[in-house]
Design a protein around this ligand. Sequence first.
Ligand code: KG4
Ligand code: ZN
Length: 335
Amino acid sequence: MAVGKRVGDAMILSIESSCDDSSIAITEIATKKLIYHKKISQELEHSQYGGVVPELASRLHAVALPAILSECEPWFNELKAIAVTNEPGLGVTLIEGVVMAKALSVALNIPILPINHLKGHIYSLFIEKESQFPLTVLLVSGGHTQLIEVRSYSDMETVATTMDDSYGESFDKVAKMMKLGYPGGPLIERLAHSGDASKLSFTVPLWQSPLIAFSYSGLKNQVRLAVETVSYEEYPDIAAAFQKTATDHLIQKLKKYFKTKPPLRFAIVGGASANLYLRSQVQQMLTVYKAPLLLAPLEYCSDNAAMIGRCSLEAYSLNLYVNHTDVAINPRCKL
Ligand code: KG4
Ligand code: ZN
């Protein structure tokens, strides 16, 4: 051990590249403290296409990740493992992070902790603090809409999922219809502020169905028809009505689920958990159950390596390391 180093200086370097954010974090193992975190988003580059172009994302990661990594060299001697998102995500972007993790693993002679991106989002709630379980989690991102019962790091059960598009993806698609850019979530949320949701009425998806599942493709088509038939000045009203209906759908299914399993504590995670309308509606619903609502700080809702780092501390304590030759990439894996 280097002179002057405290016991507890051992750290994990974490890499996230599952979609369009290149991010690296360094987390101290003993204290769970986030020592370093940087993220380079590709939103501008993908904006002109109205969505993420996988091959372009992959090439941008190949430039951004080494640039961020060069800032991490001062901590290389303290690293005990490299954590990397290996599932789920875009195959061509996951591989950029995984190849970097493998190279670091060989060069520094330390193992790899493969991390599930969805678990990472759940641990975004506990960056620099202790986890709290059991927990019912609504994960809303660009790729997923899932209701998850979380009992521990290794015991997570998906109890409801989407039948087609995800909540965040539907915002992206509606923004694309209105030619607003990408990512659509914040753009639609902002537009909705100046709109009147009562001016249009969209049908809440699956409202008559006994299924506890989510669906956004029908709502997307209702919005498409509205966009095609109204004038540009009415876009804020469409945005407000869409956001309300998309969120009412989540609330309706959550209430149905809670009839059989009321929540002890509840969390919303994922990029779309930054939506303030969604946050307020869920908060209001939870008062009946007296369940606290856990939320990640806004800066850690969308993809980032800080959450992968926090998640990797659990994997590290459970000795879930693998050799650099044994990291599988699973683009479609769930939990
Ligand atoms: O978790 P994330 O960064 O990436 C995935 O794992 O998919 O989530 C990105 C998604 C995008 O679809 C984006 O439009 C959505 O989260 N999003 C929002 C908001 N901010 C981001 N959706 C609704 N309202 C927002 N304020
Ligand atoms: Zn994500």
